[in-house]
Design a protein around this ligand. Structure first.
Ligand SMILES: Nc1ncnc2c1ncn2[C@@H]1O[C@H](COP(=O)(O)OP(=O)(O)OP(=O)(O)O)[C@@H](O)[C@H]1O
Length: 320
């Protein structure tokens, strides 16, 4: 056991709610990417400057492979996420979307290929590295709150376990962070007393809370695994807007500027694609088969994208 709450091993404490990895800070850059589709994109971005350009790249996966037993899940996945980007990762079930998030977060090591964080090649897993520089938070699909801890202990978990802050200061930070995600007066509630949407917001608060006495404070990249799964349309909108509001381009529930430099969202929900992301990566059979801006998703002529966008049973994607 580790820390004041004493419920998990120290390794789990570090790699659990908010993953923190080593890297250096990088300068800002607007939305961009190695865009394979998109005739009218050049009016928005100087592509000749940005394609192949390493400037502003926070996370890069290069030819990443990952197998579980004889299942070759990731079969050469390559992409870049730049500073300022809001990226969606979509694709059929079981195609490896959660797996690539865990690889990016440093919770899973690729069998082959590399992950670069701000241009620096990651060696090993996040728990083996020093904590400094770019922080990557992973918000799990299930919200993954600890059932035996109340909201305050869940949100403050990493600080109770790993920081030297007083309990009083952690309590204040928890309240401030809950307010940033639009929650008030729920600190002493147990997870079982919250709705699904509230649980997701508590999980978001846990991934953005910071020890404000440390030099490197907030996570700069957040990875969300199906943040709106199982929510009704209105609760989904609340979470989608919250994700946007925490981005550098948005304002949080308290009207303060967002602090998250970039984020990636795995989702199956059209509303989340439309509302919370700007650029999409389509993963199918272990590879990125399409990249494009969100508005191109419904107009793409790529048969895989067309089938996925329409939900048709006819097309290259087969489940049975
Ligand atoms: N730790 C593991 N051990 C064994 N198999 C695994 C493990 N993690 C994932 N898999 C398998 O890898 C494949 C990809 O899983 P993953 O969760 O990444 O897919 P996904 O695209 O996120 O799916 P969904 O959209 O249904 O959530 C699945 O077949 C899954 O069963």
């Amino acid at each position: 056991a580790c820390g004041r709450l004493g419920v998990l091993s120290s390794r789990t404490c570090r790699a659990g709610a908010g993953v923190v990895v080593s890297a250096t800070r990088s300068p800002g850059l607007g939305n961009a990417g190695n865009l394979r589709e998109g005739s009218n994109l050049s009016k928005n971005w100087d592509l000749s400057r940005q394609i192949g350009d390493e400037h502003g790249v926070l996370i890069e996966c290069r030819d990443v492979h990952k197998s579980f037993g004889d299942k070759h899940v990731l079969q050469g996945v390559s992409f870049k996420i730049r500073h300022g980007e809001a990226v969606g990762i979509i694709g059929p079930s079981g195609t490896g979307k959660s797996t690539i998030l865990k690889v990016m977060a440093g919770l899973l090591a690729p069998d082959k290929g590399e992950v670069f964080i701000c241009g620096k090649k990651r060696q090993g897993l996040v728990s083996d590295e020093d904590i400094s520089g770019l922080r990557i938070g992973l918000v799990f699909q299930s919200a993954a709150l600890f059932d035996s801890l109340n909201v305050r202990e869940n949100v403050g978990f990493l600080l109770y376990e790993n920081s030297k802050l007083s309990e009083e200061r952690i309590g204040e930070l928890v309240t401030e962070t809950l307010a940033a995600v639009g929650l008030k007066g729920v600190e002493e509630r147990m997870p079982s007393e919250l709705s699904g949407g509230m649980k997701k917001r508590v999980a978001l608060a846990r991934s953005i809370i910071n020890d404000d006495t440390k030099e490197t404070i907030e996570p700069e990249a957040l990875l969300y695994d199906e943040p709106t799964a199982g929510l009704d349309p209105i609760a989904s909108t609340v979470v989608e807007d919250l994700i946007r509001s925490m981005h550098v381009t948005g304002k949080d529930a308290m009207g303060k500027p967002g602090k998250i430099a970039s984020y990636a969202v795995v989702t199956h929900q059209h509303s989340t694609i439309r509302r919370a992301v700007d650029r999409l990566l389509f993963l199918h059979e272990g590879k990125i088969v399409w990249e494009g801006m969100t508005e191109e998703f419904t107009t793409s002529t790529n048969p895989i994208v067309q089938q996925f966008a329409s939900g048709s049973l006819d097309g290259p994607i087969r489940y049975f």
